[in-house]
Design a protein. Sequence first.
Length: 156
Amino acid sequence: MLWGVVFLIAVFLEDFYLYHVKVLPRLSGPHNWSGFSLSVLIIGTWYLTQAAFPSDVGLFLVGFALFFFLRLVGGLLHRRIAYPARQDAIFTIPIVAAVALLALAGRPFFSGHPGRLLFFLFPIWLLTILIWWSVDAPPTICASRENSAPPSWPHA
């Protein structure tokens, strides 16, 4: 149970970090209800996922898949703010993995101990996150930093 909680905290913290580094700096103007609702739904599905583990494996896996589906939807909704939504397609991997594990959850290997699901979900999640961040475009130099550079000396 401890490893499941640690895993799900890592999943949430990575999403929290991604939001604050990639989405929040690009938001401008008044906030809207759709963005707020999506944020609440993402947090709610994460909570549902961690609350369901290990007692309700089906709800845990559905919540896990829904969490990544909502992240994918969030990326599509943020396309207008120069968010790198094209790389969010990688979030389909944990969705497919959770659905596949849901189909296999009744097998003796998984029904004996629900923690065995983590043997599959953790490396899939880690690979997904590593790929997402590795294909991320490097940050560009902002104009204010360019303007604050020391002036070049005129050549005589």
